[in-house]
Design a protein around this ligand. Structure first.
Ligand code: 9MR
Length: 388
């Protein structure tokens, strides 16, 4: 766009110009020396030298229809991930049919708004289309066939967004809390080898893309030991892995921050970076204190475990804000080793937590409330980091 300029060579003190000059003399108005005028006001500004600050988008957001959420995304975040539309059931519903409509729209949203883009997720036992691991009789396919299918899926999806998507959750949630492998179809047919294969295919499809393993509840010692073993195996075999995604589906007291720190340390010592993914902190009672996101761990609705339908009492809101602040303090302390922190949704009304582990509750797990207003922790973070 061309800049407009005047070439008359004299200053024309018309009325608007005089008004402008007077305004410039008012304290804090256009005065570059004013000590507050240049202070950053958004999360992405204050965190820019620390780590990327990301958010998951649903398709109403990446299509631009949810304008209130889009305003927040553009203002505060610099990385996006698709909450659902890149999962295999959505993007590859039948063996010979891909559906890129929503994924393309999501990626375009990122490109148009100059955001870094995370791909989620390539190989996951859940939201997996029925055809993927079985033949026409419903029997498991052979290891060779499954390898071909995985390769085709990964080559096609990663290849389509090559050079545009910064990094991929290559494998999601393959390891259980006790450190054993989840008995998924992938594991049943290929054993542990399905994970190195998936990383290898993803690297072949886009050699520049960062590659991550993503899971929840990694502070369980058994689980993180197996994740560390996996990192070692990949590294020993020269297969690229950049980071471990630590899903943050947390409660206000569970888990302890020490366990979180130990997990970060273990991963960093194994030679990878950490990504805090899928962050949401629920202040609601945890019926069974299992934590995490295993979709099978559901609980029936009871009024007494849905106590805040009319809003969050002040003491609970204070506890929630303090917990989120403590978590961000921990992330900031580890910022040399953390590539990104991603919220799993824009505002409370969007969150999957309203339906997990109990359907139909009113939850408050995200940084922006149902009216799209920032919670106190957002203001505190911006203030604290601006003062450095
Ligand atoms: O937030 C997602 C929700 O809308 C879907 O219904 C659900 C279905 O599996 O997946 C949710 O996202 C999951 C993410 O992709 C992987 N980790 C756990 C997340 C919460 O279930």
């Amino acid at each position: 766009m061309k800049k407009t300029s005047t070439i008359t060579g004299h200053v024309d003190l018309s009325i608007p110009a005089i008004v402008l000059c007077l305004l410039l003399l008012l304290p804090g108005c256009g005065n570059t020396k004013n000590e507050h005028s240049n202070h950053p006001k958004t999360l992405k500004e204050v965190l820019k030298d620390k780590f990327l600050i990301g958010v998951a988008l649903n398709s109403r957001q990446s299509s631009g229809n949810d304008t209130a959420a889009v305003r927040i995304v553009k203002e505060h975040f610099n990385d996006i991930v698709a909450e659902n539309c890149m999962k295999s059931i959505e993007i590859h519903p039948e063996e010979n049919r891909y559906n890129f409509t929503q994924a393309d729209e999501f990626v375009q949203f990122g490109v148009d708004n100059n955001l870094s883009i995370t791909g989620h997720c390539l190989i996951w036992h859940s939201q997996l289309p029925a055809w993927f691991c079985v033949d026409e009789n419903g029997e498991n396919v052979s290891p060779e066939v499954l390898k071909e299918r995985m390769k085709d899926h990964i080559y096609t999806v990663v290849g389509r967004y090559k050079g545009v998507i910064r990094g991929w959750d290559v494998v999601n949630e393959a390891i259980l809390e006790d450190g054993s492998y989840r008995e998924s179809k992938f594991y049943e047919i290929l054993g542990e080898e399905f994970i190195p294969l998936a990383f290898q295919y993803a690297h072949e499809a886009d050699p520049e893309a960062e590659l991550y393993y993503n899971d929840y509840n990694e502070w369980y010692p058994g689980k993180r030991e197996t994740v560390v073993r996996l990192i070692n195996t990949l590294k020993k075999r020269g297969i690229r892995i950049d980071g471990i995604g630590m899903q943050g589906h947390l409660g206000v007291t569970n888990p302890a921050l020490e366990a979180y720190q130990e997990t970060i340390d273990d991963y960093v010592n194994a030679g990878v970076k950490v990504l805090i993914t899928e962050l949401d902190v629920s202040p609601l009672p945890e019926p069974r204190r299992i934590g995490g996101a295993n979709l099978a761990d559901r609980e029936a609705y009871r009024k007494e475990i849905d106590p805040y339908t009319d809003g969050l009492p002040e003491d609970v809101a204070i506890e929630w804000n303090n917990r989120m602040m403590d978590l961000f303090d921990l992330f900031l302390k580890n910022s040399d080793n953390i590539l990104r922190v991603t919220m799993w949704g824009v505002s409370d009304g969007d969150s999957w937590k309203n339906n997990f582990p109990v359907s139909g509750r009113t939850d408050y797990p995200l940084l922006f409330d149902r009216d799209h207003q920032p919670k106190e922790v957002v203001t505190r973070l911006i203030q604290q980091l601006s003062e450095y």
